[in-house]
Design a protein around this ligand. Structure first.
Ligand SMILES: C[S@@+](CC[C@H](N)C(=O)[O-])C[C@H]1O[C@@H](n2cnc3c(N)ncnc32)[C@H](O)[C@@H]1O
Length: 367
């Protein structure tokens, strides 16, 4: 998964050939419509005001985005503050933490206008921040689902690590298996002891397969180390452990995406497709709490956006686009897709915080 996505020469993201958006391989909320960034910015503004009023706050804000894709979200956030709150804009430093050089080029091109205008935007590594130096908001929209996972398979009473091998004769990839190493055994035991999750579940059928998110904890730890005061917002497809590790989920959640279609055979055309794996919601929450984050809440994207004013915008379309029906229809469709429970509306927003003792962040997006 790491090679297929992140190899600098041939990886889907690493080489910069990722095709996000309505005419691409898959659509993310910010690449669908600027309205997503608009509503999220309303929430960010509320959080920034609270940070500003904290006694712990000295200096400037950071708005940091992990894995910016084409850079649509950060562009939309800058645009929001440019129009609605220029006063706060001059105190914000925008930072992108992007793993893949190919995507950085795409982001720089997309943000050129604001860069030329002198908005403080830079590309940085998390390690470059001093410990406990970040005041502000850290966002990861559809990034954790791109972290490489380990696939675990159950056969004849034993668990195996699934591998990808290459058949040189026919020039094809195929799935093979290895015994579990000590590290994976430890992770499986940790899930059993800490969360009561059995891998495999008692009634697992032969060949049952699942995924382990082996990079999440370290990522959360590194962020916690750097965040002094503020919010970590993670947005992703997520399901509860009861479902995630049930015998019914026979083949895990790893999928490839190409031309707006999900493909079960994730070995299909490696490097030309996106690969994505669902997040396990309760494990993510418990891991973050364990590390020290406060948990502000979890909300479905559809509900969050409605609480931030999406319904009003929908009603307003008719007035705003009176002379252009086709534009009005497109706008309406994009807004509805953002909240559609069968589509992007089912994404989960996880809101974690680091704050002063006895202080609880208020979040408009959570009821
Ligand atoms: C599915 S895209 C999401 C893009 C964007 N957030 C959006 O919503 O449109 C995943 C992005 O995360 C980046 N990425 C993957 N792993 C990463 C990591 N460990 N750190 C930073 N960026 C990463 C990819 O290069 C890509 O830009």
């Amino acid at each position: 998964m790491d090679i297929v996505l992140n190899d600098p020469n041939n990886g889907y993201y690493g080489s910069g050939k990722a095709n996000l958006g309505i005419n691409g391989d898959f659509v993310t909320s910010p690449s669908l419509t600027g309205d997503f960034s608009y509503f999220l910015s309303i929430q960010i503004e509320e959080w920034l005001e609270q940070i500003k009023n904290s006694t712990k706050f000295k200096g400037d804000f950071n708005i940091i985005e992990f894995g910016s894709g084409k850079g649509c979200l950060i562009k939309g956030i800058i645009h929001y503050f440019f129009i609605n709150n220029k006063k706060i804009l001059k105190d914000i430093s925008f930072k992108i933490i992007e793993l893949n050089p190919g995507m950085k080029i795409m982001q720089k091109n997309n943000l050129e206008e604001f860069l030329n205008y002198g908005v403080d935007i830079s590309w940085i590594k998390l390690e470059d921040f001093e410990d406990k130096s970040i005041n502000g908001i850290i966002i990861a929209n559809e990034v954790l689902d791109a972290f490489p996972v380990e696939r675990i398979q159950y056969f004849q009473g034993n668990l195996y690590q699934q591998n990808v091998s290459f058949n040189e004769k026919i020039g094809e990839l195929f799935l093979s298996k290895n015994n579990l190493d000590e590290n994976l055994k430890r992770k499986i035991n940790y899930l059993r002891n800490q969360f009561g999750i059995n891998i495999p579940p008692e009634d697992a059928p032969e060949g049952w397969t699942t995924e382990l998110h082996v990079h999440q904890s370290e990522w959360l730890k590194q962020i916690y180390k750097k965040l002094k005061l503020g919010i970590l917002l993670i947005i992703d497809y997520a399901i509860e452990s009861k479902k995630y590790y049930s015998s019914q989920k026979y083949d895990g959640t790893l999928l490839a995406y190409k031309n707006q279609k999900a493909i079960n055979d994730f070995l299909f055309s490696p490097g030309d497709c996106d690969l994505t794996c669902h997040i396990c919601s309760d494990i993510l929450i418990e891991k973050a709490k364990d590390i020290g984050f406060g948990f502000n809440g979890i909300v479905k994207q559809g509900e969050a956006l409605l609480l931030l004013g999406l319904a009003e915008k929908l009603y307003d379309i008719q007035n705003s686009y009176q002379k252009d029906i086709s534009k009005a229809l497109l706008k309406r469709e994009a807004l509805l897709r953002l909240v559609d429970p069968l589509c992007l509306g089912d994404f989960k927003w996880f809101v974690f915080d680091v704050a002063e003792k006895d202080f609880k962040f208020k979040s408009k997006c959570i009821n």
